[in-house]
Design a protein around this ligand. Structure first.
Ligand code: 5RP
Length: 269
């Protein structure tokens, strides 16, 4: 791997412990203004100090994020479909590598839809993006999206997706946690991060999810809804950091969350 590419990747996956807490706020690219992400700038601002990287689109980056920020950016560069349109898997590359470099991002991200009608198209997008990323020293994050076919989220399917993405040259992969998750990480030769998926019933559930994924070989999380749809987003991301970077047990991290929540509530105005 080239020096520039390794340097960019090390801004995201911290060399001190090989782990990362990425904050995903790219959902609007196909979901529009979903709950608690109606104004991305407002949602993200208090969370930025606790995120190792932000995953978003160029539109939100340009319009909602302070250009003086030091937080590394993982730029979503695929899209072209919406929740109300045709097949969500019908994605193209929406932002050029030149634009990504101009925006000084640390990585680019795109979705691949293995097993869908658009498998070939999205895998070809990935291969092209890797060629362009390698030429510019920009790492590529492949997101193993599953669209609406939720029943496919098992270790056999996700292991297949992650491995194919890595074989095509993705520098790191984002997938979903599932039973027998170590099968997914063991057979993927590049780092794996997990998405949180839809908001879980409790913050503790999300902390347990992150902890289980790390125990089974993930290098971190790229979570969105389980952080900013929490009723306590800042305590939540700080608790997540305790799990990812400090090896805290989920219950221990949850105690921290409760303490931070109380401290905020009792702060004098
Ligand atoms: C959509 C994405 C999202 O960033 C991803 O789903 C992470 O967010 P969440 O934790 O809310 O699932 O890549 O394809």
């Amino acid at each position: 791997m080239d020096w520039g590419l390794r340097n960019r990747l090390s801004r995201i996956i911290k060399p001190t412990d090989g782990r990362t807490v990425m904050l995903a706020v790219d959902h609007g690219y196909f979901l529009g203004p979903i709950r608690r992400l109606e104004q991305p700038g407002e949602t993200v601002a208090p969370l930025v100090p606790y995120a190792d990287a932000l995953m978003l689109t160029r539109g939100v980056l340009r319009n909602c994020i302070d250009a003086a920020t030091a937080v590394p950016v993982v730029l979503r560069v695929s899209g072209g479909s919406s929740i109300v349109g045709g097949d969500l898997a019908n994605e193209t590359i929406t932002t050029s590598m030149r634009e990504a470099v101009r925006l000084n991002v640390s990585a680019v991200a795109l979705s691949v839809f293995v097993g869908s009608d658009y498998e070939h198209q999205t895998l070809a997008n990935l291969a092209r993006l890797v060629d362009e990323g390698e030429a510019c020293g920009v790492p590529v994050l492949a997101v193993t999206a599953v669209g609406k076919e939720l029943e496919k989220r098992d270790a056999r399917y996700l292991g297949l997706c992650c491995r194919i993405a890595a074989e095509l040259g993705a520098h790191f992969v984002k997938t979903y946690y599932c039973e027998d998750f170590e099968h997914v990480t063991e057979s993927c030769p590049v780092p794996v991060v997990i998405a949180g998926g839809p908001k879980l019933d409790t913050d503790l559930d999300a902390l347990q999810l992150a902890h289980a994924a790390l125990q089974q070989g993930a290098v971190g999380v790229d979570m969105g809804r389980n952080v900013w749809q929490s009723d306590h987003p800042v305590p939540m991301i700080r608790a997540l950091r305790a799990v990812v970077h400090e090896g805290a047990a989920p219950e221990e991290a949850h105690e921290l969350l409760v303490e931070l929540k109380h401290a905020t509530e009792t702060q004098p105005v």
